[in-house]
Design a protein around this ligand. Sequence first.
Ligand SMILES: O=C(O)/C=C(\C=C(/O)C(=O)O)C(=O)O
Length: 304
Amino acid sequence: MQFEKTPGWLDWHAAPSKPRFRLPAGAVDAHCHVFGPGAEFPYAPERKYTPCDAGKAELFALRDQLGFARNVIVQATCHGADNRAMVDALIHSGGKARGVATVRRSITDQELQDLHAAGVRGVRFNFVKRLVDFTPRDELLEIAARIAPLGWHVVIYFEAADLPELWDFFTALPTPVVVDHMGRPDVAKPVDGPEFELFVKFMRDNPNVWSKVSCPERLSLTGPKALDGEQNAYRDVVPFARRIVETFPERVLWGTDWPHPNLKDHMPDDGLLVDFIPHIAPTAELQKKLLVDNPMRLYWPEEC
Ligand SMILES: O=C(O)/C=C(\C=C(/O)C(=O)O)C(=O)O
């Protein structure tokens, strides 16, 4: 089956630079995806976009190019609850990848066990309206209750303006909770303003809540311009990500978000994204927690 990429969609960067920042040994890219290839792993009929193919071989090549040791592969909405492409990548990773799946309430216990055996360690609940249709909260709570005994966690993707309405649901989840991209803060607003203060309160009041401090390219209004002197690319995102890293150093993760779905104006150089890390995690100790200790504790606890 042939799939036509959504018009205007940018392909992932064909020649990412070698980062100047040297990642610590054992670093984990804790948020990335695989797309298809569609001929082998068809995209979901209910998808809101059709990506370019981006398979496991390209993901693993990027891992090695950037200097990561492992990946956490997150199910993207273009594949719906068909986790085969992600599971195939886990199986071929030589134990160097773990997964976060999308499941429906119809999934059987055996299917959950099979996902666990393949390396899945969480499920994703997506609330970004441009990506998914509404899922009843009772179905999500039922899924969370079924995956908790497996030791899995719940990854949540939402937009900052929706946190107040989702607060009670999120704080009722019976598992560790990992927030994608800091809940997408509006970086035009003050880092100490009410919107981001609510997100900081969400993490402070709920010690089971973690956050990825990833995707500056999605959040930034200043863009990728690498400026001279102390300035850097995506500089308007730095105060938000750095505040989360310095306030909750044991509960943060970082990922490339390769192959960067749904970007139409600018495709980041993944090497530049890695060079962004020291601006948000300025010490070797914070970098090791962010990139090694925290993802290992969550995804490879048996090795800790
Ligand atoms: O990949 C991301 O983390 C962000 C996006 C897409 C998805 O997560 C997805 O399709 O599953 C987005 O903001 O469009």
